[in-house]
Design a protein around this ligand. Structure first.
Ligand code: GDP
Length: 196
């Protein structure tokens, strides 16, 4: 599996419009502006794959990228951004919830959190849900280039500590799309999930 082979397949407003629920999917989720699109672009080594937006909250659809036959990366709607109409927010959050709950081919969840403010309520909800569902988690602490090496390590430790009691399969990794920090670890784990 090579993530650089990813090609855009489709965007869907809800799970009924997705490809058949077979094969393996690895999904990316995070608060709006956490750096999800940037991480997808970096991992696939394709600048324009997922849209990077200066306007948070724009990624409202479920975007599917095929990496190999029946092996897909899934860009889930960002959550937690305040400045969108409540009706729109409900709709996106519904698509996210439905995907997580109903998609059998989901085999791994990448959760993106800004390293400067990780583990917000909605992040914790998602992590708790994945843990309860026995779904392996890769927590990428994004934009780590914004912190010194010392603060970065301290933050990773703190997040690991906070999640330890869940007894779940969670990998915590500092990540930077700008500096490629954590790229290899993330790539290897995602490819492992997609190869199972
Ligand atoms: P999304 O809403 O989660 O898809 O987030 P984006 O990928 O669109 O990124 C949100 C903002 O954070 C953009 O202005 C990016 O340029 C910036 N950003 C994303 N990743 C990094 C990173 O690794 N380092 C830095 N310094 N900025 C980043």
């Amino acid at each position: 599996i090579h993530l650089s082979k990813a090609t855009f397949t489709l965007s869907a407003p809800d799970i009924r419009r997705l490809p058949e629920d077979s094969g393996i999917e690895v999904a990316f989720a995070g608060r709006s502006n956490a750096g999800k699109s940037s991480a997808l672009n970096t991992l696939t080594n394709q600048r324009g794959l997922a849209r990077v937006s200066k306007t948070p909250g724009r990624t409202q659809l479920i975007n599917i990228f095929e990496v190999a036959p029946n092996r897909r990366l899934v860009d889930l709607p960002g959550y937690g951004f305040a400045k969108v109409p409540i009706e729109m927010k409900k709709k996106w959050q519904k698509a996210l919830g439905e995907y997580l709950e109903k998609r059998d081919c989901l085999k791994g969840l990448v959760i993106l959190m800004d390293i400067r403010h990780p583990l917000k309520d909605l992040d914790m909800d998602l992590i708790q849900w994945a843990a309860d569902s026995d779904l392996p988690i890769l927590a990428l602490l994004t934009k780590c280039d914004k912190l010194s090496q010392g603060k970065r390590s301290a933050e990773v430790l703190q997040v690991k500590k906070a999640l330890a009691s869940l007894n779940a399969d969670i990998t915590v990794q500092a990540f930077s799309s700008l500096k490629y920090t954590g790229l290899e670890t993330a790539n290897d784990l995602i490819c492992q999930w997609l190869s199972a």
